[in-house]
Design a protein around this ligand. Structure first.
Ligand code: IMP
Ligand code: MG
Length: 176
């Protein structure tokens, strides 16, 4: 069991409500268009699973990987971009799904948006569950946002600390 050293920031219920609101908006914005939802691994896997199950239009789903924090809580400027996308992006609208946008380096330095545009995507938008605006180093426009949070390190609902806590069903902070 998870010990009581985790303070809840967003409960399962709060997350589920917000996720279904985002999915409703996405479903109506992309109705009658070819939508490819791309999750950034590993952090987005739970958010993407819940979000896409609330989306009411047929969509394609794929994943890519951008270097993670390792066991540190400090964001890295050295972003490793492992594309490995198996789905064709040509003529499709792409929605990139992130767990959290912090400094913005992962999305910015990987040049992921330009990459998909150059590969023939019709549009590229970003959906993030959380936004730490106060930590931003490079501008990132978030088209669909779950919640703004202050400069706190959160875990759960896909997000880890040193590889742990991704399976926590809610979002919280670790009290040492
Ligand atoms: P950025 O490149 O600084 O925007 O960071 C992006 C990635 O760092 C996110 O997609 C997360 O995987 C990870 N990250 C940033 N803040 C947190 C946090 O508070 N908890 C867990 N992971 C985080
Ligand atoms: Mg991430």
């Amino acid at each position: 069991m998870f010990s009581n050293n985790i303070e809840v920031v967003f409960s399962e219920k709060e997350i589920a409500e917000r996720v279904s609101q985002l999915a409703y908006k996405i479903s109506s914005d992309y109705v009658n268009s070819k939508l490819l939802v791309i999750g950034i691994l590993n952090g987005s896997f739970i958010f993407l699973a819940d979000l896409t199950r609330c989306i009411s239009i047929p969509i394609e789903i794929d994943f890519i990987s951008v270097a993670s924090y390792g066991s540190s809580t400090i964001s890295s400027e050295n972003v490793e971009f492992k594309l490995g996308l198996k789905t064709d992006v040509l003529e499709k609208h792409i929605l990139i799904v992130e767990d959290i946008i912090d400094t913005g380096y992962s999305l910015h330095k990987s040049d992921i948006i330009n990459h998909f545009i150059k590969s023939g995507a019709k549009s590229v938008k970003i959906c993030a569950l959380l936004n730490k605006e106060s930590r931003r180093k490079v501008p990132i426009a978030i088209d669909y946002l779950g919640f703004d949070i202050p400069d706190i390190f959160v875990v759960g609902y896909g997000m880890d600390y040193a590889g742990l806590y991704r399976n926590l069903p809610y979002i919280g902070i670790i009290n040492e």
